[in-house]
Design a protein around this ligand. Structure first.
Ligand code: NAP
Length: 300
C-alpha cells in the first residue's frame, strides 16, 4: 500500500520500518527532519510538509500528544486540507477522547475517512512488529487498514464504529500500567529496605501469581533501576494520566488512584525525572522509604 507516516519518534520509527519491511511504500514526515532522513536509506521518501504524505491509501500519525496531532491535522499544508478522497487518516498516537471525537467530526464534515488505532507495547515491540493495536471506526475502513496493522502488530482488536472508544481503552490500559508501576515501586522499596534482593523478590512473583508481561517488563526495569534511556518518557505518561482523568471527569467517574498518581507524576517531574522512563515513579517510593537514589543502603 502507499502510506504516509507522520511522527518518527521512539515508536513511529520502529513502526515505519516494519511497514517498509513488509513491502509498503512510505512517504515520511517528521518535525525534526534528521529522524526522517534515517529512513530514506531504507527506501522511504522524505517529504517537507505533513500534507505531502496524504495522497496514498493511508496516512498514519504517531505523535507525542494532542497539540502535535492538532498541529499537523488542521490548517494549510496539513493533513485535513490535503487528504486524498480515498486516503484514510489512521490516528495511532495516545490522544484525548475529546480530540479523537473532534477529528472524527472534522474528517466526516470534509468527507474524509478517519479511524483511531492506538497501541500497547513499548519501542522494542514497535521495532519488532509486535504491538497490540486497538482499532475503532467504520468497519470497512478498519478492514482496509488491516495489512498495515498486520505489519506493525501481533494482534488487532476491533472495537466498533466510534473511534474515540479505542482512545478510551488505551487511556484506561495506561492507567492500569501506572497502578502496576506504583505498586511495584512501593513493594520493591519495602522488601529492599528489609534487605531482600529485588531481583529475587520479582522472580518469585513473576514466576508464580504475577506471570504477566507487565510485571516482568516493569519489575525488571525497577529492580535494575534502569530508567534511562526512557522507552516511554515520564512527561508522556503524565499526559496520559491527565487524559484519563479528563475522560473520567466527562463521564462523572471518580478515579481516586489516578488522582493520587497524578500528584506522584508531578512530584517526579518537579524533582527532575521528567525525561526518564515513567517507571521512575518507583524512585519516589524508594526515596520516600529513605532509600536515597533507590540504592540498597537506607539513609541513616
Ligand atoms: P517520542 O519519542 O517523544 O516522539 C514524539 C513524536 O512526536 C516525534 O516524532 C516528535 O517530533 C513529534 N512531535 C512532538 N511534538 C510535536 C509537534 N508539536 N509538532 C509536530 N511533531 C511533534 O514519543 P513516542 O514514545 O514515540 O510516543 C508517540 C505516541 O505513542 C505518544 O502519543 C505516546 O503516548 C504513544 N505511545 C508510546 C509508547 C511508548 O512506550 N513509548 C507506547 C504506546 C503508545 P520530533 O522528533 O521533532 O521531536
Amino acid at each position: 500500500m502507499d502510506v504516509g507516516f507522520i511522527g518518527l519518534g521512539h515508536m513511529g520509527s520502529g513502526m515505519a520500518r516494519c511497514l517498509l519491511k513488509a513491502g509498503h511504500r512510505l512517504k515520511v514526515y517528521n518535525r525534526s527532519r534528521d529522524k526522517a532522513e534515517k529512513l530514506a536509506a531504507e527506501g522511504a521518501v522524505v517529504v517537507d510538509r505533513p500534507g505531502d504524505a496524504c495522497r496514498g491509501d493511508a496516512v498514519i500519525t504517531m505523535l507525542a500528544d494532542d497539540g502535535a496531532v492538532e498541529g499537523v491535522t488542521f490548517g494549510e499544508g496539513n493533513i485535513l486540507a490535503s487528504l486524498g478522497q480515498n486516503t484514510v487518516h489512521v490516528s495511532m498516537s495516545t490522544i484525548s477522547v475529546a480530540l479523537s471525537d473532534r477529528l472524527s467530526q472534522a474528517h466526516g464534515k470534509a468527507g474524509r475517512a478517519y479511524i483511531a488505532a492506538p497501541v500497547f507495547g513499548r519501542p522494542d515491540a514497535a521495532a519488532a512488529g509486535k504491538l497490540f493495536i486497538v482499532a475503532a471506526g467504520p468497519a470497512k475502513t478498519v478492514a482496509r487498514c488491516q495489512p498495515l496493522f498486520d505489519a506493525m502488530g501481533q494482534k488487532t482488536f476491533e472495537l466498533g464504529e466510534k473511534p474515540s472508544a479505542a482512545n478510551l481503552v488505551k487511556l484506561s490500559g495506561n492507567f492500569l500500567i501506572t497502578v502496576v508501576i506504583e505498586s511495584l515501586g512501593e513493594t520493591v522499596a519495602l522488601t529492599r529496605k528489609a534487605g531482600i534482593d529485588p531481583h529475587k523478590f520479582l522472580d518469585i512473583l513473576t514466576s508464580s501469581l504475577f506471570a504477566a508481561p507487565i510485571y516482568k517488563t516493569y519489575g525488571g526495569i525497577i529492580a535494575d533501576q534502569k530508567f534511562e534511556p526512557a522507552g516511554f518518557k515520564m512527561t508522556l505518561g503524565f499526559k496520559d494520566n491527565r487524559l484519563a482523568l479528563a475522560a473520567a471527569e466527562a463521564l462523572a467517574v471518580p478515579l481516586p488512584l489516578a488522582s493520587q498518581i497524578h500528584d506522584h507524576f508531578l512530584t517526579a517531574i518537579a524533582q527532575g525525572h521528567g525525561d526518564r522512563d515513567w517507571s521512575a515513579l518507583a524512585q519516589l517510593a524508594a526515596e520516600n522509604a529513605g532509600l536515597g537514589d533507590g540504592h540498597a543502603t537506607p539513609r541513616a
